[in-house]
Ligand binder design. Structure first.
Ligand code: UDP
Length: 242
């Protein structure tokens, strides 16, 4: 494409809990994301480090985004620049956590009094408003439209994309002996206002259970002090890299 990938980071635009985002010198349509080893849970109440997590999340997310792209899902992925850095299309993030569930777990189990591990009759979709000060409250489609966070047409696109991503990921993980319990994704608007998949897909943002043993291979090991946190991330990365 004739693009020069010896890119220079310009100023840091944003620092989140697990990533930093930089502007790119000379190209307003691109950002560089840099993955950190920092881990937080319970809205920042619990803090720690998961050694090597940044590298694993960067590389795993890129593998998954490429797989999704190959199956017709538009994403922000452009190019992996280094172990921890990836070049992505600049988007304005839609402030929604888009959560798909195949099996009851976490806040869903708590909220509805359903045992963790119960297979859901059909995949579910829910939205939370990305707002730390408010503790990311659940928000419904009417609220999203009323608050002008997304239009009705955009919500249809977002929902259809989310369920399609779920089918692709479920299949992908089933092939490597992993049950995809649930996950959170984020989407953004590119310069032409197209909605594309952004952020990351990693053990930080998904629940992965070993298909044979139901062993947890994701951030719940950190959230719930289950031990072997690094080993779980490494195991997931090993399976995804095969
Ligand atoms: N999740 C996430 N970021 C959040 C909240 C949830 O990535 O701020 C992911 C989480 O890893 C899980 C799914 O979304 O895979 C559903 O999480 P849940 O609502 O059960 O919340 P939790 O139990 O983690 O509070």
């Amino acid at each position: 494409m004739g693009r020069n990938f010896s890119m220079e980071k310009l100023q840091q635009l944003y620092e989140g809990k697990a990533k930093k985002v930089y502007a790119v010198k000379g190209d307003a349509d691109l950002f560089i994301v840099e993955y950190k080893d920092d881990a937080t849970a319970f809205n920042g109440e619990k803090r720690g480090t998961i050694t090597g997590k940044g590298v694993i999340n960067n590389k795993m997310s890129n593998i998954l985004f490429k797989m999704l792209e190959a199956n017709g899902v538009k994403t922000h992925f452009v190019k992996e620049l280094s172990d921890r850095e990836t070049l992505v299309k600049a988007v304005k993030i839609i402030p929604l956590e888009i959560i798909i569930r195949n099996v009851a777990a976490g806040s869903f189990s708590k909220r509805y009094g359903v045992e963790e591990g119960r297979e859901l009759k059909a995949p579910t979709l829910e939205f939370s408003l990305k707002n730390d000060a408010l503790n990311d409250p659940l928000i419904n489609n009417y609220h999203i439209i009323a608050l002008d966070i997304a239009s009705e047409a955009e919500l249809k696109i977002i929902s259809d994309m989310a369920f399609k991503i779920n089918e692709l990921l479920k299949n992908y993980f089933a092939n490597i002996g992993v049950k995809l319990i649930d996950f959170k994704i984020e989407m953004g608007r590119d310069k032409d206002n197209n909605i594309i998949l952004a952020d990351e897909i990693s053990p930080d943002t998904c629940r992965f259970w070993d298909a044979e043993t139901n062993e947890k291979l994701d951030k719940d090991r950190f959230r719930r002090d289950l031990g072997n946190v690094e080993a779980a991330y490494q195991e997931m990365f090993k399976r995804v890299s095969k």
